[in-house]
Design a binder for this molecule. Structure first.
Ligand code: SF4
Length: 457
């Protein structure tokens, strides 16, 4: 197996919710396609009659509830997730059938919601979340003028078929699993955050200051999502009519300031706040996905406001969280469409547990144990968003799983590390095997579980 050469900014991406695989990935794919199409020769473009986007697998099954159409249209219209305003997305979503001009230079097309086709849920493409984008020929001729097959496997990652692999730098301290990571830490006498930082510099070529600036931006946007969610009230978009709860939960936790419920209530309120912002299609950070975007921001806010940790400790904790996310992404998956919710919420909870352990000064053994316990307690968790909307059970699940992360941290820091019988590598391997065994109904298709039982709300 190859050494992990992921970047922190592969994992933590800024963009609109509610789903990294169904919103950020498709928007990036559509944006990428249009950039490539614009580079085609004018003679080729002059024969183009239209553009079509076909969604397969879980993109087709739950794309409607996840806002995939407006995300694709925004990407085609030249908006990237980092630059697209939620207002523009809302405008696209409120008037989906209005035709909008798409200028490719030699040809001018019109696009609207009908440009996006919900195709087969069952298919033979290698990635469950597959999109095919094509420029059609004169009079809709059978052979497309230009076509790309994109995979959107989660976390906002995309790849098109035949895409050349852009070589990255070689990590200074190569590892492929937790065992190898701990070996590197021990042999080189490094703290976990330092190793991740050194590898980030080697892999991306960025300097330390630039990386730290990037981390600060990520943490700022996470905190803004929590604050925006705490300030907002009303009903989330979509037919469920789900009321936001973060504001109320936070007020109740303040009333209970002197009780044991207070810190738990605040953690839940913070997780609800960012998860509700995600459900509203507002700007969040994938951590590691949109659906799980409330957990790490909530733990970061608790670290600052209740544990009195410095901003530097929070940054270092985020680097430890990234290490766990890398291990899960490299050796298993972080996509609900591939591994069920254990791969999204479970991995986020493990990342948050590691963040807390590392930031509070515990060593790599304790950090591993905290992450392992958190992940282990999510094994088998299915993905069954009601109506295909990232609301039920997703929002409450963020709150429950930030509490699980905190509990895992308490257990790991109070129990002798040597008494742990399961390692993080084993938990990740188990998650992958369980995800493979999981029926497709439970992998972001909204065809099983709560989505099947609570069909009419
Ligand atoms: S159930 Fe979990 S994996 Fe599925 S959409 Fe919700 S948060 Fe994501």
């Amino acid at each position: 197996m190859s050494a992990i050469d992921l970047s922190i900014f592969d994992l933590f991406k800024i963009g609109p919710g509610p789903s990294s695989s169904h919103t950020i990935g498709p928007m990036r794919a559509a944006y990428d396609f249009i950039q490539a199409a614009r580079a085609l020769p004018a003679a080729t473009l002059s024969s183009v009659s239209g553009v079509q986007v076909h969604l397969f697998g879980s993109l087709s099954a739950t794309g409607k509830g996840h806002g995939t159409v407006r995300a694709v249209l925004a990407g085609l219209l030249g908006r990237s997730p980092e630059s697209c305003s939620p207002e523009f997305l809302d405008e696209l979503g409120s008037d989906p059938l209005v035709e909008r001009p798409l200028d490719l230079g030699a040809v001018r097309l019109n696009i609207n919601a009908d440009t996006v086709v919900f195709d087969a849920i069952e298919h033979d493409y290698p990635c469950n979340n597959t999109m095919i984008i094509r420029l059609t020929g004169p009079d809709g001729a059978a052979a497309p003028v230009f076509e790309r097959e994109y995979a959107s496997p989660g976390g906002g990652f995309i790849q098109f078929k035949g895409q050349p692999i852009v070589p990255r730098g070689v990590p200074t301290y190569p590892y492929e699993n937790m065992l190898g990571l701990k070996r590197q830490l021990k042999e080189n006498g490094l703290h976990l955050h330092r190793l991740i930082l050194e590898n980030e510099m080697a892999v991306t070529g960025a300097g330390e200051l630039e990386i730290m600036d990037g981390l600060d931006t990520i943490l700022r946007v996470m905190d803004e999502a929590v604050n925006a969610g705490l300030a907002a009230e009303g009903v989330l978009p979509g037919p469920i009519g789900l009321h936001r709860k973060a504001n109320h939960l936070f007020e109740r936790s303040e009333i209970k300031r002197q009780t044991h419920e207070n810190i738990i209530g605040q953690m839940c309120a913070f997780a609800f706040a960012a998860a509700e912002e995600n459900a509203a299609g507002h700007i969040i950070v994938t951590a590691p996905t949109c659906g799980s975007a409330g957990i790490i921001p909530a733990i970061a806010k608790i670290m600052r406001t209740r544990l009195g940790l410095s901003e530097q400790s929070v940054r270092e904790g985020l680097l430890a969280a990234a290490a766990v996310g890398f291990l899960a992404k490299h050796n298993a998956t972080i996509a609900g469409a591939e591994g069920g919710c254990q791969a999204e919420i479970g991995v986020a909870s493990a990342m948050a547990a590691a963040m807390l352990s590392h930031a509070t000064g515990y060593d790599a053994d304790v950090t591993e144990n905290a992450a392992e316990t958190a992940l282990e307690q999510h094994l088998g968790m299915t993905c069954d968003p009601v109506g295909g909307y990232v609301q039920i059970p997703c929002i409450e699940r963020n709150a429950m799983s930030v509490v699980k992360a905190y509990t895992a941290f308490i257990i790991a820091t109070d129990v002798l590390p040597a008494r742990y019988k399961v390692g993080l590598d084993q938990a990740i391997e188990t998650m992958m095997a369980t995800g493979k065994d999981m029926n497709c109904k439970y992998k972001e298709t909204a065809q099983g579980g709560l989505a099947a039982i609570v069909a009419n709300c």
